[in-house]
Design a binder for this molecule. Sequence first.
Ligand code: ZN
Length: 274
Amino acid sequence: MLAIWQLSGWRASRRTLLVGLVAALLLLGESAPARGGSQLYPDLRTLPPSDLHFAEELIDGATHHVLRFAVTIWNAGQGPLELRGVSSSDTATTLVLQRVYDETSEVAELPVGGFVYHEAHNHWHFEQFAEYQLWTRGEFDRWVLSGRTEGEPGWRGSKTTGQGESFCIRDSRRIASLPNSPRTRGYNDCGHDLQGVSVGWGDTYASYLPEQWIDLGEAPLPNGDYALRVIADPAERLYESASKEDPSRDGPLVNEAVVFFNVRGDRVRVRPSP
Ligand SMILES: [Zn+2]
């Protein structure tokens, strides 16, 4: 009798162990594809640009009309976007390594671009963090219908020394409560040592900041319908997955936001998305 009890007790605990193992494997199976292995990558998302309005600015000695707007790029991933600057004798630029953590806090460092000192903002920016495009609505619709092959934006952003918008990358505000998301700001420095965006946090560029605009030239934007498109990491410099090719995380389709708006005189009216 004792032996049978012992045997069934052993069976019971073995069953418990097996159930536990199966549950653990199922959990691993569920989380593995999202994580792309054990590396905890960031996943950049753009909120629809907001606070659109016209202003006039003195650019190269002439009065230009500009479209100002606010941009927020946030991190919906499993790990932080963390960028470490490597000091060099060249004081104008700093090589940047992206630090990717894994679940045991091991860190890999991958070269992804550079920090450049931005005179008007008086701090360091990561180059090509975003791209701003302004399209006429007609040209934008043609581009979409052609499978994104035919057509060009009429205007691009200018807060840059190269082809993309440069940003000081930091935690501005918390966007979402996600696993691994800290409650308090983790990155708040615009130096060339360390910048980043924590999980669940967003980096906001308010519309009043210097060069946070699209330069329209010396004439105002004609009346009509337009599309403003903001793309995070337009040149695919940053690792949002090991391959940089995961369509659920990398590339403009998941990294962009578009707002449509109408212009009448100096009035900008944002239209609801179709
Ligand atoms: Zn700045």
